[in-house]
Design a binder for this molecule. Structure first.
Ligand SMILES: CC(=O)N[C@H]1[C@@H](OP(=O)(O)OP(=O)(O)OC[C@H]2O[C@@H](n3ccc(=O)[nH]c3=O)[C@H](O)[C@@H]2O)O[C@H](CO)[C@@H](O)[C@@H]1O
Ligand SMILES: C=C(OP(=O)(O)O)C(=O)O
Length: 431
């Protein structure tokens, strides 16, 4: 556990190059298990989730060569030894669930872990994953309290229409269907940028997938996949984080490689809080000194709101950054988390700064902004972006605040403190 010691109240200004997207690199790393050929990845973020997954691969005998400073890595699973796999998968990260399809494909059986959970956002369901794998030919069995999946030979193509658009369940479907016998169709597929990126990498490895980026994926199974070289895209969560930090402290922040094609709705969410984001080519800029104020809707008596739901809605992982901005903005705005039932459990920590938030129910909170805030000590939950949001508020208040247990940020944002200092922040880790 490590705490962030923050001396806030200074505008953060400068230019940042964002790192690769955690939620892209992790499924892509899991997909490398689908081939015996080497795969090289570029723009790999130096984060603890990647470290854990690579350690897991190395423990099973895979070749792993990672140069964190150069952000490149090569893995090859030709020497992966199924006999060595014992016990649990990497813990504390949701992406462990993405090992289900490739490990089943490689090993023919898998004991289900109990720890395929990441951020404490609520129940992280396994059922949609099991439904998909069973639909594609795996068998689920129970022996006492232990559940196992087995797969005879290879997956077989099938049509599936799950209850909701799940990011990781869609990714498991794509990985399993890619090497299945025959055609598979997923209706109600998730289409987040990282889901699209995994599918594009699978295509680069020889998979046949159509409908990428839509809610229906059609996958014609192939006999084998090959290796290759791929570059991980920038992390839109990190891009938004640094722009939001500029906005909340009144500085001018520029972010390179800013994926402007993903920004229409995200830009509108910023605008609702009075923040204009400008794009110059693929550099995004938040101009200095903007007045944070909730934009009044044209419709009378409408409470302004920011709603998060599966893509192309506003991304749920970015709600905390917007909540932090709303705490400093004049006006009132409602946040509606249509995904998680446990995403707002940290509102009492935000309130310690003096923020006024009313939690209506597990999915909705209303922030009454522009209350006088003061520095304080807060405890970050095991939610990456909640820790980031608590830091954002601390950075906007003159004086010393402490964000305890903020090291969950290292799961997704490499060199976080170094980047902040580059922007002029006074902040350090206390281990
Ligand atoms: C490693 C990884 O990629 N993790 C991401 C992935 O997690 P993950 O794939 O676990 O998230 P899911 O898309 O499955 O959704 C999470 C939970 O939200 C609920 N749910 C979701 C959608 C819906 O329409 N209705 C509904 O009820 C379900 O309880 C579900 O278990 O996607 C989440 C949602 O974008 C992100 O927060 C996580 O960062
Ligand atoms: C929720 C997140 O990660 P995980 O799915 O691993 O919990 C996140 O990246 O914000």
């Amino acid at each position: 556990m490590a705490d962030l010691i923050v001396n806030g109240g200074k505008p953060l200004s400068g230019t940042i190059t964002p790192s690769g997207n955690k939620n892209s690199v992790l499924p892509i790393l899991c997909a490398t298990l689908l081939t015996d050929e080497p795969v090289t990845l570029r723009n790999v973020p130096n984060i603890t989730d990647v470290e854990k997954l690579l350690r897991f691969f190395a423990e099973q005998g895979s070749y792993v060569s990672w140069n964190p400073a150069a952000c490149t890595l090569t893995v090859c699973h030709k020497t992966f030894d199924t006999a060595q796999l014992s016990g649990e998968l990497p813990a504390g990260m949701r992406s462990s669930v993405l090992l289900f399809a490739p490990l089943l494909q490689r090993m023919g059986s898998l004991r289900l872990p109990t720890n395929a959970k990441g951020c404490s956002l609520g129940i992280r369901e396994l059922d949609p994953h099991l439904e998909i794998l069973e639909k594609l030919g795996a068998r689920l069995s129970r022996n006492g309290g232990q559940h196992s999946l087995t797969l005879a030979q290879r997956f077989r193509g099938a049509r599936h229409w799950p209850d909701y658009m799940s990011v990781t369940a869609t990714e498991n479907f794509a990985m399993a269907a890619t090497l299945a016998k025959g055609q598979s169709v997923l209706i109600n597929a998730a289409s987040e940028p990282h889901v699209q990126e995994l599918c594009q990498v699978l295509v680069g490895m020889g998979a046949q997938i159509t409908g990428i980026g839509t809610s229906q994926l059609v996958i014609d199974g192939v006999e084998r996949l090959r290796g290759g070289e791929f570059t991980i895209h920038s992390d839109h969560h990190e891009i938004v984080t640094f722009l939001a930090l500029g906005a909340i402290t009144g500085g001018e922040v520029r972010v390179r490689h800013s994926l402007p094609q993903h920004f229409d709705l995200i830009g509108r969410a910023f605008a609702k809080l009075g923040v204009a984001i400008e794009h110059e080519g693929d550099t995004a800029r938040v101009p200095a000194g903007q007045r944070l104020a909730v934009a009044a809707p044209f419709t009378p008596n409408l409470l302004p709101r920011i709603e998060a739901a599966p893509w192309p809605y506003f991304p749920v992982d970015l709600l905390p950054c917007m909540i932090a901005l709303a705490a400093r903005a004049e006006g009132t705005v409602m946040f509606w988390n249509k995904v998680y039932e446990g995403g707002f459990g940290w509102m009492h920590e935000l309130a310690k700064f003096g923020a006024h938030i009313v939690v209506s129910d597990p999915h909705r909170v209303t922030v009454f902004g522009a209350r006088p805030l003061h520095p304080t000590v807060v405890d970050a939950p095991y939610i990456i972006r909640a820790a980031v949001a608590l830091y954002m508020v601390a950075a906007s208040i003159p004086g010393q605040s402490i964000v305890k247990n903020a090291d969950t940020i290292r799961r997704a944002h490499p060199n976080f403190v170094e980047n902040l200092r580059h922007l002029g922040a006074e902040v350090e880790w206390r281990e």
